[in-house]
Design a protein around this ligand. Structure first.
Ligand code: NAP
Length: 234
């Protein structure tokens, strides 16, 4: 790691889109902290990137556990002294196609814990550290499911969680502009454990817009919702 290298944290990075984001951020010259709920899976994922000659750090993180978030903040402060990029990628999709009348409250709460309260805790922990250094880029991996424009029935837990994440994006962006840029993005329907094998997009294609938002210049946008580097409706 060099002193001038930007430090990026990616949540839910042991597989899927998060893992590919780590690979592309590393290729863009950032030092990546690969965060994984399961430490063994995290070490294995980091090992795959190291085997490809990418230098990455690995940290355990359950985004729903305040102690885990606080522990990670301590570790990042101790090891790096700062954080430049936060990718809120970890997510769950527990109620595909289920009617709002049938989805259990426990499923609604569990989904909000990961998809909304997770990014909220991460922003509260790490954005002040970014502000202390006058630079930061936050990317919230959201979904078209969170768009209020054209929203229809079913899958309420996931849709509400991503709509809440979109609202959080606007609120945090407004409170920390201009030095810190906070944007949401929709990766498309992607071939991961979540998206399934028949999804049309690769994790590589999905990660491109994440990395673009993570490396925006000072003149770049904040408080936006993007797909394929283009703005989309909230
Ligand atoms: P994925 O393959 O299912 O990966 C999800 C990741 O989130 C895993 O690493 C998982 O860890 C982690 N995670 C879940 N709960 C966590 C927690 N409490 N703490 C920390 N990590 C946790 O999904 P993906 O397709 O890569 O999705 C990544 C993001 O893209 C999600 O936010 C998703 O909503 C969004 N997205 C995906 C699609 C798609 O088509 N795939 C479309 C729109 C949006 P474990 O391995 O420990 O479970």
């Amino acid at each position: 790691m060099t002193l001038s290298q930007k430090i990026a944290l990616v949540t839910g990075a042991n597989r899927g889109i998060g893992f590919e984001v780590c690979r592309q951020l590393s290729d863009a010259g950032l030092h990546v902290i690969l965060a994984s709920r399961d430490p063994v899976k995290g070490r294995h994922a980091a090992g795959r990137l190291r085997a490809e000659d990418r230098e990455v750090s690995v940290q355990p993180l359950d985004v729903t556990d305040p102690k885990s978030v606080a522990g990670l903040l301590r570790a990042v402060r101790r090891q790096f002294g700062r954080l430049d990029v936060l990718i809120n990628n970890a997510g769950v999709y527990l109620d595909e196609g289920v009617s709002v009348f049938d989805v259990g409250t426990a499923v609604m709460r569990a989904t909000l814990e990961v998809n909304f309260f997770g990014p909220l805790s991460l922003c509260r922990a790490f954005v002040p550290l970014m502000q202390a250094h006058g630079y930061g880029r936050v990317v919230n991996v959201s979904s078209r499911a969170g768009q209020l424009t054209g929203m229809r029935g079913r899958t309420a837990a996931y849709k509400v969680s991503k709509a809440a994440l979109n609202a959080l994006t606007l609120i945090v962006a407004d409170e920390v502009r201009p030095a810190i840029k906070v944007n949401a993005m929709y990766p498309g329907w992607v071939r991961t454990d979540m998206g399934g094998p028949h999804a049309p997009r690769s994790p590589e294609e999905a990660a491109d817009t994440v990395v673009w938002l993570a490396t925006l210049p000072a003149s770049g946008p904040t408080g936006g919702f993007f797909r394929d580097r283009k703005r989309i409706a909230w």
